[in-house]
Design a protein around this ligand. Structure first.
Ligand SMILES: [Zn+2]
Ligand SMILES: [Zn+2]
Ligand SMILES: [Zn+2]
Ligand SMILES: [Zn+2]
Length: 512
């Protein structure tokens, strides 16, 4: 491996960067050897750490490379320029535009007013534990569409896009795809503020294929949950044997947070297993460590398929459910522009670069996360290569910094990339369509080479729902039902008036 590196010197900064990691996909024997794998993972982490400290140098090198590249091959980075027609900025016209598009928008918003049953938040963590519900907002998860009490999840200020802990636990690592749930997500918490102890029986009922693993995952329900987290101090036992110890971070640690990982379990088919997680009480000497106790955790045991790098990229590219079809992509662009106008962002145009933010080379497969709301894509290949080489993996969009729980390939940008690859052209998009007639013609030809589904596929697209809800001023937060059985239920909240566009947008629909 090392020799290969020496005889094939990197041709670009990104080659240097990506080629520096040890990649064991081609060496299955080593890959399967847990001790060697651990060492290699450690080396990769060190390499990653090294690069983290070289960011300014790398940026300089990349700039230099760009200068050289541009003087030899192309004059400027390729961009898609999405023009916002200035005539459209007039209020009445906006209003009219929404009115004419309203039925379509409502359909895209996929919004149904929550029923009383939904406002009881039957899937919320409080139903799985002994938590009491405070007066609360009900938040709608963008992924599963269920409602959750903001207070039960300790969320004080909801983000623009809310995702529930269960959807995060399940989707936290797309490279380890959930195939079967052995223990459905459960909550563990004893008494608020006191050390938790949790015991759970579980059983694997079906045999597992060789490329699959059994993973134990846990996240802390602390209002900021986005990563795997285990108790600060304590241990984990499987069938009475300690398999993991949790040590807290020192107060003066330079890390913001301990880096926790999913845990692999070795269990026999059919055997009834006993899992115990204990938080320990810190002794007085442990004052210098960060120990928080009694915070609820959500935990699940899953059978996951582990993808190799190339296999995963291929899967995402082939998977119809990961595809944002051409028509949906155009809709997405139009809605983004419409939303910008309502937000009174005065912009002449949105520039979308066809270069990847990771290496500033032309994007190979244009992709974004499934809750990202930007038109800009990154290179699927670059993101996945980056992710494959770090532990613990934290899937974050390089553009909007939101979590990535699933990937989306943009078929429209893929077509544009294909046709302008060899032209040194900017591509102007007006009303979602390419403005230059020659390019538009080429694009049409390109589109006809694609399967029907790529053009007109009708996936559920979270972004289309979110943006159209925002344009229609439908909030994803409503006041939750109080937990009082004796009072008559309050009337259902009225939908916000839609047509008064000038009014300011409140975060919640109030019922009293
Ligand atoms: Zn350092
Ligand atoms: Zn709740
Ligand atoms: Zn959810
Ligand atoms: Zn993003």
């Amino acid at each position: 491996m090392i020799q290969k590196q020496i005889f094939n010197p990197p041709k670009s900064i990104s080659d240097l960067f990506l080629g520096s990691y040890f990649n064991l996909d081609d060496v299955p024997k080593i890959n399967r050897h847990p001790i060697l794998k651990k060492i290699i993972d450690h080396i990769n982490q060190r390499i990653n750490h090294f690069f983290q400290h070289q960011i300014s140098t790398l940026k300089f090198l990349i700039d230099q490379q760009k200068l050289i590249d541009s003087s030899s091959t192309r004059s400027s980075p390729i961009v898609i320029d999405i023009e916002i027609d200035s005539n459209q900025k007039i209020q009445e016209e906006q209003q009219e535009k929404v009115l004419t598009q309203e039925s379509e928008l409502i359909q895209l918003a996929q919004y149904q007013h929550p029923t009383q049953e939904q406002l009881n938040c039957p899937y919320c963590v409080c139903k799985k534990s002994n938590q009491t519900v405070l007066k609360s907002l009900a938040l709608r998860c963008a992924v599963c569409k269920n409602y959750f009490h903001s207070s039960c999840l300790r969320i004080e200020k909801p983000k623009k896009v809310f995702v529930c802990p269960e959807c995060i636990l399940i989707g936290i690592d797309p490279l380890h795809e959930l195939k079967e749930s052995i223990l459905d997500p459960v909550i563990f918490q004893s008494v608020e503020g006191r050390a938790n102890q949790f015991t759970q029986k579980f059983q694997m009922k079906k045999g597992i294929p060789s490329e699959q693993l059994i993973e134990l995952r846990s996240i802390k329900i602390d209002g900021q949950y986005e990563d795997i987290s285990w108790p600060d101090l304590g241990d984990l036992q499987l069938n009475g044997k300690k398999i993991q110890e949790f040590r807290p971070l020192a107060n003066n640690s330079c890390l913001k947070k301990r880096k926790d990982e999913k845990l692999m379990l070795n269990i026999e088919l059919g055997q009834v297993n006993l899992l115990t997680i204990r938080e320990s009480n810190g002794t007085p000497e442990m004052k210098a460590y960060r120990i928080n106790q009694g915070i609820p955790y959500m935990l699940g045991i899953f059978q996951v398929k582990v993808y190799k790098l190339s296999e995963f990229i291929k899967k995402v590219k082939m998977d119809q459910s990961c595809l944002l079809g051409i028509e949906q992509s155009k809709k997405f662009i139009q809605l983004s522009i419409l939303q910008n106008q309502f937000d009174e962002v005065t912009m002449e145009s949105i520039k979308v670069s066809l270069d990847c933010v990771y290496d500033l080379n032309q994007i190979q497969t244009p992709a974004r996360g499934n809750i990202c709301e930007h038109i800009q894509c990154f290179s699927l290949e670059n993101l996945v290569t980056m992710m494959k080489n770090v532990t613990p993996r934290k899937w974050k969009c390089p553009i909007c910094k939101q979590m990535i729980l699933g990937l989306q390939v943009d078929a429209y940008q893929m077509c544009i990339l294909t046709i302008i690859k060899h032209l040194q052209a900017e591509c102007l998009i007006l009303q979602g369509e390419v403005e230059n007639p020659e390019l538009r013609e080429l694009l049409k030809q390109q589109e006809t080479t694609l399967p029907d589904s790529t053009r007109s596929n009708n996936n559920r697209v979270i972004q289309l729902e979110q943006i159209s809800q925002r344009i229609l001023k439908i909030s994803n937060q409503v006041v939750a039902e109080p937990k009082n059985k004796y009072k008559p239920p309050p009337p259902l909240p009225e939908p916000k008036p839609i047509k008064k566009i000038g009014e300011s947008f409140s975060d919640a629909i109030l019922i009293d």
